[in-house]
Design a protein around this ligand. Sequence first.
Ligand code: NDP
Length: 397
Amino acid sequence: MGKVLVIGAGGVSTVAVHKMASLTEVFDEILLASRTKSKCDAIAERIGRNRVQTAQIDADNVPKMVKLIRSFKPDIVVNVALPYQDLHIMDACLETGVAYLDTANYEPLEEAKYEYSWQWAYRDRYKKAGITAILGCGFDPGVTSVFTAYAAKHHFDELHYLDIVDCNAGDHGKPFATNFNPEINIREVTQKGKYWENGTWKLTKPHEIHKPLTYPDIGPKESYLIYHEELESLVKNFPALKRARFWMTFGQEYLTHLRVIQNIGMAGIEPVMFDGREIIPIRFLKAVLPDPGELGENYKGWTSIGCRIKGVRNGREKTYYVYNNCSHEAAYKETGAQGVSYTTGVPAAIGAMMYLKGIWKKPGVFNVEEFDPDPFMKQLNLLGLPWVELHDIDLEL
Ligand code: NDP
């Protein structure tokens, strides 16, 4: 049905490419390209059957990206490199007239700040060129946004309160590790908390607001209010929302490590002199922390991510909870990667499938909740991320 170019060869890519390779009726040809070609080769070798071609690319080099796209002629480019590459890859897609999909919004290297403004600025150009960009197609953002769109379409007349709840109840056996790229992860969780209430953004100190929430088949876990990028587009696309928040579980041990890392300056993104050369502390930290892509082998337990929503249906107040629980062990058995990579990589593959099937295809730049959620929700059930709905329950929030 179509050709896909995947950029990046980390944990998320491992899963996305595994899934794409298994969907022979959708993905005819797959080219996996990244900064370090040997990582692409290792993924391709694990999949076997000569299903995946590989190439070296620095995605920040737009002319080289354009050349690669022109030689392979993909229908869509799936960006599972880092958020820093988003705009460069979008530029290359624009120049070549090829569709674009990613799982994380653009972040400038020199500032730990992420928002959609940079990518939304491409809307007119993509529209004029007649090409599609699908933004934020992992789990959160991604599935959580599709869950919200599904709830709005089938269960509510108006959404009023949205709480996205993200629990990782897994244990990888390491004293400290991050579940995806450490640099991006630490930048995300150490910033100020932020949520939407009554038409404005409210700021909190990092991890200031927290409470135990009960996760299905897991139990109560302390959950912390943090800012997460899908809130920005969801409050625009569902303007009846009076409040929208994001909660993530952290263990005490994780928070203690994080505090020490910050206090000793290892989370810094400004260059410092070390042995006569400049280094960026958080980059150095990444080099000594466990590789998230390698955590899978001993990872036990589950992730549980979902949306808890209160709103109205036929004049009556209603509550609703839709979630997925994913087993780290099952994810590793299937793909060689842990659950957080799995919950991100599978939706990226499904998003690309939606485009290739012509279901999510329209000119412009879109967040995933702007497409029909139903065919995507169907594929989640078929491709390893089944979801559960609960109606009229105590949301605890
Ligand atoms: P990794 O760090 O494991 O992998 C990133 C890959 O991108 C590496 O292979 C890296 O190359 C490659 N890369 C980095 N810079 C370049 C470049 N200039 N050109 C080409 N390739 C490059 O990250 P993850 O797999 O954990 O995460 C991938 C993405 O998924 C991130 O953007 C992350 O924010 C996002 N994510 C989204 C989630 C969601 O639910 N929406 C959840 C988790 C992650 P090298 O091997 O040489 O370092």
